[in-house]
Design a protein around this ligand. Structure first.
Ligand SMILES: Nc1nc2c(c(=O)[nH]1)N(C=O)[C@@H](CNc1ccc(C(=O)N[C@@H](CCC(=O)O)C(=O)O)cc1)CN2
Ligand SMILES: Nc1ncnc2c1ncn2[C@@H]1O[C@H](COP(=O)(O)OP(=O)(O)OP(=O)(O)O)[C@@H](O)[C@H]1O
Length: 192
């Protein structure tokens, strides 16, 4: 049996290795389920911060167009270095950025633009029941979520197997208020 990871870095290696073993048809089915849940979460006139899945990340970018069709304002992250993420509106076009990312080419709205969002969809490698999120290790989202509205739903998006009992947490880790998985839909984080 393989040992259970203890540090964040051990968890990251394990989770990324596991993601690489997921067959394309499973990934596609999971993306469809996630898209359906996301479309139920937000309605016309609302602003949502979303992300463009990269590599083996769960989800599909098609949901961005479906959100736009519903008249949801979609903001996407723009990486500007180690600082908080910048944001730009999704207008149907994307251009290559760092880390194989696709980013919106439009006007940069600044890190505080996240404050307009009622729902923030946050990519993660894993999230635990209390909402502790494991990201890629650059601290981008932890630095960015301090600008979020207090009432915003912070939704960590992971595969069902990545919704874990307990992850190691640091003081700077911003807790998710909810976890979205393909089979489980949206589950509120516990308040320990
Ligand atoms: N889709 C997405 N957008 C995001 C993030 C994310 O995790 N996912 N970020 C979260 O903070 C920020 C960017 N940080 C990132 C840091 C590293 C990698 C990365 O390691 N990319 C791999 C390819 C992906 C893979 O195969 O897993 C690479 O460069 O090889 C991606 C994004 C903002 N936007
Ligand atoms: N609010 C913050 N202010 C300054 N540094 C921070 C802040 N949040 C995180 N960091 C730094 O960023 C680094 C990565 O943090 P952590 O391991 O929690 O990243 P992560 O949440 O997994 O990654 P990401 O958010 O990029 O997906 C750490 O060195 C941490 O000290």
């Amino acid at each position: 049996m393989t040992a259970v990871p203890t540090t964040k870095d051990e968890w990251r290696k394990r989770l990324l290795a596991d993601r690489r073993t997921v067959p394309a048809h499973v990934r596609a089915a999971e993306a469809a389920a996630l898209s359906a849940s996301i479309l139920e979460l937000v309605g016309a006139g609302q602003t949502v911060c979303a992300y463009v899945p990269v590599g083996t990340e769960p989800g599909a970018k098609g949901v961005l167009d479906e959100l736009a069709r519903k008249r949801v304002q979609v903001l996407l992250p723009v990486v500007t270095g180690p600082s908080p993420l910048d944001w730009a509106a999704y207008d149907g076009t994307l251009q290559p950025g760092p880390h194989k990312l696709l980013q919106p080419p439009g006007e940069r709205l600044g890190p505080a633009a996240i404050g307009a969002a009622s729902v923030i969809l946050i990519p993660a490698l894993a999230v635990d029941k209390a909402g502790v999120r494991l990201g890629r290790g650059a601290g981008h989202y932890d630095r960015s979520l301090v600008y979020a509205a207090e009432s915003a739903a912070l939704v960590g998006v992971v595969r069902d197997q990545e919704f874990l009992e307990r992850l190691p947490a640091d003081r700077h880790d911003v807790r998710m208020t909810a976890i979205l998985t393909p089979a489980g839909g949206v589950v509120e984080a516990t308040n320990p």
